[in-house]
Design a protein around this ligand. Structure first.
Ligand code: ADP
Length: 158
């Protein structure tokens, strides 16, 4: 394997905003990897509630005491980002069969683009599988209480 960091993974996403569902996937992945890069894809076509800078800052704050975790932003293809960073694994969370159907083709595509990258899936815990950034954005935009869905350490910043 032509990689400088054999036990490292990229956790890519929009994280608009980072939720308890994302947080649990990271926590459960930590024993599996020496290094985890939470990578915010800056897809210019996707309108986000929080700016890239804000999302970076929130996730950095959340993992400031976790030396294995770093946070980055990237443009372009996820598989190319893995190649540049010499990282062999992608991490994704699965909440449902709908997630699986979507993620299956993305994982196959990423492997086709970069044969040195494989996707590792973790299945969400049942009590978190209803959480999505979309729902959290909806609550926040309607001035509701999203505290049950986002990590306590960043609640006040949202
Ligand atoms: P994207 O816009 O790329 O789908 P998201 O920020 O919505 O990015 O999600 C990033 C990753 O986190 C995806 O793999 C998604 O399936 C996973 N994820 C999101 N919410 C949850 C949750 N509640 N439990 C487990 N995984 C989740």
């Amino acid at each position: 394997m032509n990689t400088a960091y054999p036990r490292s993974a990229v956790f890519p996403g929009s994280f608009d905003p980072f939720t308890l569902g994302h947080y649990e996937i990271v926590q459960r992945a930590l024993p599996l990897f020496d290094r985890l890069v939470i990578a915010i894809g800056s897809n210019s076509q996707k309108k986000t509630l929080y700016s890239l800078e804000k999302r970076l800052a929130l996730i950095q704050k959340l993992f400031k005491d976790e030396p294995k975790v770093s946070v980055a932003a990237f443009g372009g293809l996820t598989a190319e980002f893995c190649r540049e960073q010499k990282i062999p694994f992608l991490l994704r969370g699965l909440r449902s069969s709908a997630d699986f159907d979507y993620e299956k083709s993305i994982a196959q595509l990423n492997h086709a683009i970069n044969t040195e990258v494989d996707t590792v899936f973790l299945i969400s815990s049942p009590h978190l599988s209803h959480i999505s950034s979309t729902i959290v954005r909806e609550i926040i935009m309607n001035k509701g209480d999203a505290s049950a869905f986002v990590p306590a350490a960043i609640q006040a910043d949202l």
